[in-house]
Design a protein around this ligand. Sequence first.
Ligand SMILES: [Zn+2]
Length: 255
Amino acid sequence: MINVRKTLFTIPLLLGLLSRPALAQVILIDPGHGGEDCGAKTAYSKPKANSQFICEKDLALRIAKKIQQKLKKNYQVYLTRSLDRTLSLEERAELADKIKADIFVSVHLNSAHTKSGHGYETYYLDNHKDEAVKKIESIENRDAKGDEMIINQILADLVIQRTAPSSKRLATLIHSNITTRVKTKFNLTDRGIKPALFYVLALSKRPSVLLEAGFISNDKDIEKILSESFQNRYADGVARGIRQYFKKKKKLPIF
Ligand SMILES: [Zn+2]
């Protein structure tokens, strides 16, 4: 019997392989959430009078596709999902192995219980003691189950040992380019680069970052994030950072 899920997974991969530049570095862009998992959700009343719900998963996909477009000329760039579909953290990571990705970039949007939280931030995998970051982790890690969490913490330590300096460098380059492209233009708050234990990054086992492009729970942020101009400039910042990362990068052996 044909495994429809696997087939759906393979077709975009084959298309990607046919069109990719030979020997180029491999980038896996991961639009967070999808399908049944909306991610963060907010009611937004502009520009229409009727309030509408906005899901993190949709904005993450839009931004991820823009990043892919900006890089695909020079690199092999894949998305973990190009449609609105449910995908576990493990499936995202498996794809990184399958295509032998050099880097993994997960795209998300933040949300807070109060409307005051705002700004963009960039995470890389490392240990830390920041309680505020632990709250974000609990949101983005909620897909992981009990047993997986224990295994993943052991795995996280191994991956950190091997990849933290590269991930931090990637995060630094991406973040500084995002800042150049959006901070002043959109009057956004730079919340900085932070270490965090996101399982999807640990599972990917390669230099990786997780982007939080802004707060969809904040009225001013969401207005900007919804604009094409913001999405283009943000994606451009990410793409520039990745290009700079690869310029001086030797390939890291994946284990
Ligand atoms: Zn998320």
